[in-house]
Design a protein around this ligand. Structure first.
Ligand SMILES: N[C@@H](CCC(=O)N[C@@H](CS)C(=O)NCC(=O)O)C(=O)O
Length: 238
């Protein structure tokens, strides 16, 4: 019997951990969201402090599976993909999935930097002016550029899946990206996705997958909030 997967991520936000949670939930893989259990935060911090065996992660999310400790969201999904049946089997398919996931990671980092353009260590309240400037170019240039790109990818793949002939962890992550952008920048996302029907249809199809739907309705799904990556500050989406 394989051990259950142990996911380590901050317990109060969806954040980058959500991309991993969605894969585990869609596959109904046995997993423990460690930091949300008693004593779990201590264990998470012990790993970050290099006090546990395995390659020390720089930052959450990370996954422990047996003796392996695996960090970096896209890398975790690259590991889980074949095990959960969430990626094509071919090397070409796995590489394509990883490439798209890394592009999603770039989009996520840029969405984060909108509210933290000066320093990660400063409060949003201390960088509001710069955030406003950053938000303008994110809304009008970067956000449309990312959603147009993924629309093109879906079009090339006949419209249903990002890679291969079945759904993969990339599709689950695209769902989360669209949900996050919609939460943080409802007006800009609505404008930008007027021309991306395939991406919106994918979002809807993923939300209706039975395991995803029951996860989203459960208390395991942490609501979006202003401590996470996708934050709704109305002044940044006027
Ligand atoms: N590139 C990494 C980024 C990890 C990351 O930035 N994690 C954030 C939370 S989403 C964090 O806890 N950062 C703490 C730090 O950078 O010190 C990934 O995709 O997993």
């Amino acid at each position: 019997v394989p051990r259950p997967y142990e996911l380590y991520y901050w317990p109060n936000i969806q954040g980058r951990g959500e991309f991993v949670r969605l894969a585990l939930e869609d596959a109904r893989a046995g997993y423990v969201d460690v930091a949300r259990t008693k004593g779990g935060m201590k264990a998470l911090l012990a790993y970050l402090g290099g006090k546990r065996p395995g390659l020390a992660p720089f930052a959450p999310p990370f996954l422990r599976h047996g003796v392996l400790v695996i960090a970096q969201t896209a890398n975790i999904l690259h590991y889980l993909g074949p095990r959960l049946g969430l990626v094509p089997a071919s090397e070409a398919g796995r590489t394509a999935a990883n490439q798209l996931q890394l592009t999603i990671a770039d989009a996520v980092a840029e969405a984060h930097d909108v509210h933290h353009p000066v320093a990660v260590s400063l409060y949003y309240e201390d960088q509001k002016r710069e955030a406003k400037r950053n938000a303008e170019s994110f809304r009008t240039e970067r956000l449309p550029r990312y959603v147009d790109y993924f629309e093109r990818i879906l079009t090339a793949g006949a419209g249903k899946f990002a890679v291969g002939r079945g759904h993969s962890y990339v599709d689950l992550s695209l769902f989360q990206l669209v949900e996050g952008l919609t939460y943080a920048f409802p007006r800009a996302t609505k404008r930008a996705t007027r021309k991306t029907p395939r991406l919106l249809a994918l979002r809807d199809r993923i939300a209706e997958r039975p395991n995803v739907a029951s996860y989203l309705a459960s208390d395991r799904r942490i609501p979006f909030n202003e401590d996470g990556i996708f934050r709704r500050y109305p002044e940044l989406d006027p």
